[in-house]
Design a protein around this ligand. Structure first.
Ligand code: GLY
Ligand code: MN
Ligand code: MN
Length: 434
């Protein structure tokens, strides 16, 4: 697996411990395998918070960072027989491979956890993890019962998630370089799909182009399920059925991104199956594109996060008004959120280890200011339901979204997903094979 440097994980762990009161102990865990059916499992994907602080890719592992800041990893033991069937395990070699202080097998977890937690000022862990909650409470309770023998049970529990989420929100240069790699694999996949599209294909046949390109370029994981939506299917925001035939005259909306080293990319393009936008399709597309550019302008250091969405909403509402899908006064339509009949999602989200990445969008009640190193998506859209009888029939069943991945820099927004056309003329040229 593509991996970042051990010093990065070490400095992240040091940063976490430096933000906590002296004497705190942090406890985290990754997930286990999930059964698909009978004795077959889904492919394992590490827990993002755990992975952010360790880079350790195996299932069923725990990390305890003790009061001295030492990282104690508990993982599945080396087992020649198991590894014959299930594959390689690091075992004790994880200490060097991932830069942790000590590696123990999982069977040592209970005993070591009790020893490390005895007398700790606080236990810090992701509170939403109910498995960990149960374990931590059980350890605490055992220590309480050993009070007469001199044990001291920690009395304060603290949530680790918001601390790590804020760290994850600002990406390092190493992370951004990896995210650009993921983004560029996805760009190539979208380009291949645009060049492969033909009316009459099934949506999943076009999806196959994406998967082929992702894997061929080194990514075996999707950041989320591929959306390949033709015609009115594009109005279903998370359409993943991908089982319909692509008809002549349809637009095809592809929202697909690969994952690389557990980092997500997230791209949407919308293009005509037969290579030419109809007049109505082009008119709506142009509104979405203008909303993209209006939002893009707001992606600068110090600007409020919500300014991008507000700019996109204003452009979309004005465009729908000009084209006659809405009527009335622009400001009133915005205030009444009339655009939500056609544009019902936000204009973006944080992007990182999770496609909808962590980090607060507001500080108190205020939209937070953008900072260098934040990575987000810009993804305006317009979706006209095929059943919307309030608009002319030519608009019905058209769904459009344009989405790129962008890093905020002191020099302005930098598009990680560069090289993928979004202007109408450029898309038509690419589909035509130029
Ligand atoms: N692909 C999911 C999203 O764009 O949010
Ligand atoms: Mn997105
Ligand atoms: Mn997307």
């Amino acid at each position: 697996m593509t991996k970042l440097s051990n010093t990065l994980y070490q400095s992240r762990r040091a940063h976490v411990m430096a933000t906590l009161p002296k004497g705190s102990v942090a406890v985290l865990r990754t997930g286990g395998l999930c059964t698909r059916n009978n004795d077959c499992e889904y492919e394992f994907r590490p827990n993002s918070l755990f992975f952010y602080l360790t880079g350790f890719p195996e299932p069923d592992a725990y990390l305890i960072i003790d009061q001295e800041g030492r990282a104690n990893l508990f993982s599945l033991p080396k087992d020649i027989e198991k590894e014959q069937w299930e594959g390689f395990r690091y075992g004790e070699d994880a200490a060097d491979a991932f830069g942790v202080n000590k590696v123990q097998t999982l069977s040592a977890l209970e005993g070591d956890a009790l020893a490390i937690l005895d007398g700790a000022a606080e236990i810090v862990f992701p509170l939403e993890d109910t498995v960990l909650q149960d374990k931590v409470m059980a350890w605490r309770s055992t220590l309480s019962k050993r009070a007469r023998a001199g044990a001291i049970a920690p009395t304060i529990l603290r949530d680790l998630t918001p601390i790590v989420s804020e760290m994850r929100l600002i990406k390092s240069a190493e992370e951004i370089a990896l995210m650009e790699k993921a983004a560029q694999i996805s760009v190539q996949a979208h380009r291949a799909a645009m060049q492969a599209v033909k009316p009459g294909m099934m949506e999943y046949q076009l999806e196959a182009e994406l998967n082929y390109q992702f894997m061929k370029s080194g990514s075996r994981q999707l950041a989320y399920n591929n959306i390949v939506a033709s015609g009115a299917n594009a109005c279903t925001l998370h359409y993943i059925n991908n089982q319909d035939q692509i008809d002549d005259g349809d637009l095809v909306l592809i929202d697909a991104g690969c994952e690389l080293g557990c980092y997500a990319s997230d791209i949407t393009r919308t293009f005509p199956a037969n290579g030419r936008f109809s007049e109505a399709q082009a008119a709506l597309y142009q509104v979405v594109l203008e909303a993209y550019y209006a939002g893009f302008e707001k992606l600068t250091v110090g600007e409020a996060y919500e300014a991008c969405h507000n700019a996109a909403v204003e452009t979309i509402t004005a465009g729908l008004l000009t084209l006659g899908l809405l009527s009335g006064n622009l400001q009133t339509l915005i205030e009444n959120k009339a655009y939500r009949a056609f544009y019902m999602h936000n204009t973006g989200h944080w992007l990182g280890l999770d496609v909808h990445d962590v980090g607060a969008y507001k500080i108190g009640s205020d939209s937070r200011a953008l900072q260098a190193g934040m990575v987000l998506t810009l993804e305006p859209g317009i979706y006209v339901s095929k059943d919307n009888m309030d608009v002319e029939s030519k608009w019905r069943g058209i769904g459009i979204r344009i989405e790129d991945d962008i890093v905020i820099t002191d020099q302005g927004p930098y598009v990680l997903t560069h090289g993928l056309p979004k202007e109408i003329a450029d898309i038509e040229l690419l589909i035509a094979g130029n």
